[in-house]
Ligand binder design. Structure first.
Ligand code: PGA
Length: 252
């Protein structure tokens, strides 16, 4: 039985001074849904680096996990602007996104770099949410499975274990566009991802969570969550409003 994980990704949005109010509102909205069993869903927010400390403080009080949006694979050194795993752990942060398509697209993060970051996280007890997904041209060229396999195998060659490891399937054409994969498209991609994971990790792959991301909203989350291999969501734009995000947390 896989526990759903609903993750928000604020990207480069919101302000430090708004973090306490956001987390209090989110928590209040979630708690107001009395049918929602709080221990049956994990809720996480990936916030900008300057907010990590305050978000952890308020997140901890309210049962909300806090993640970095990226991390460097090296423990320290001359890497201006980067964030290390020891820095995250020192702040009490135990989660990070890795290889979001915006990192791949704008900061040239290659499959090999994503794999090294993932390995560093898993080796040092940080939970990694590794993002994969095809572009529109790749989908239209029937390359979806080839791309997913390439992205996953790069990571699996480095890691070889399922613990602390979550995959987010985010078709690039659905991110921030208002276009969502249909429930069937999401399920097909997730089932394929689980098959690739199983080839390397065996039965442990059945315990791994695979999140869907790309224009998730309260109006489409329920259909997605009914799919057998969709174990949660990675939510960008709709996570910026705590009331809407709480509705998405109420996903089953
Ligand atoms: P979106 O972003 O929900 O705004 O499409 C998803 C993501 O990039 O994680």
């Amino acid at each position: 039985m896989r526990k759903p994980l609903i993750a928000g990704n604020w990207k480069m949005n919101l302000l430090y001074s708004k973090v306490p109010e956001y987390l209090q509102t989110l928590s209040r909205e979630i708690n107001a849904k009395s049918h929602l069993k709080r221990d049956q869903v994990d809720v996480l927010l990936a916030v900008p680096a300057p907010f990590l400390g305050i978000a952890r403080e308020y997140g901890e009080k309210n049962g909300i996990l806090i993640a970095s949006q990226t991390v460097h694979e090296k423990a320290d050194g001359a890497f201006t602007g980067e964030l290390s795993i020891p820095m995250l752990k020192d702040l009490g942060i135990r989660w990070t996104l890795i290889g979001h398509s915006e990192r791949r697209q704008y900061y040239n993060e290659t499959d090999a770099a994503v794999a090294l970051k993932t390995k560093a996280c898993l080796d040092h007890g940080i939970n990694a949410i590794v993002c994969v997904g095809e572009t529109r041209a790749e989908r239209e060229g029937n390359q979806t499975e080839t791309v997913l396999k390439r992205q996953l195998e790069a990571v699996l060659q480095q890691t070889g274990k399922a613990d602390n490891f979550v995959i987010a399937y985010e078709p690039v054409w659905a991110i921030g566009t208002g276009l969502t994969a249909s429930d069937e498209q999401a399920q097909a991609a997730h089932a394929f991802i689980r098959t690739v994971l199983r080839q390397k990790l065996g039965g442990a792959a059945d315990g791994m969570r695979i999140l869907y991301g790309g224009s998730v909203k309260s109006s489409n989350i329920k259909g997605l969550m009914q799919q057998p291999d969709v174990d949660g969501a990675l939510v960008g734009g709709a996570s910026l409003d705590p009331v809407e995000f709480a509705r998405i947390v109420d996903c089953q």
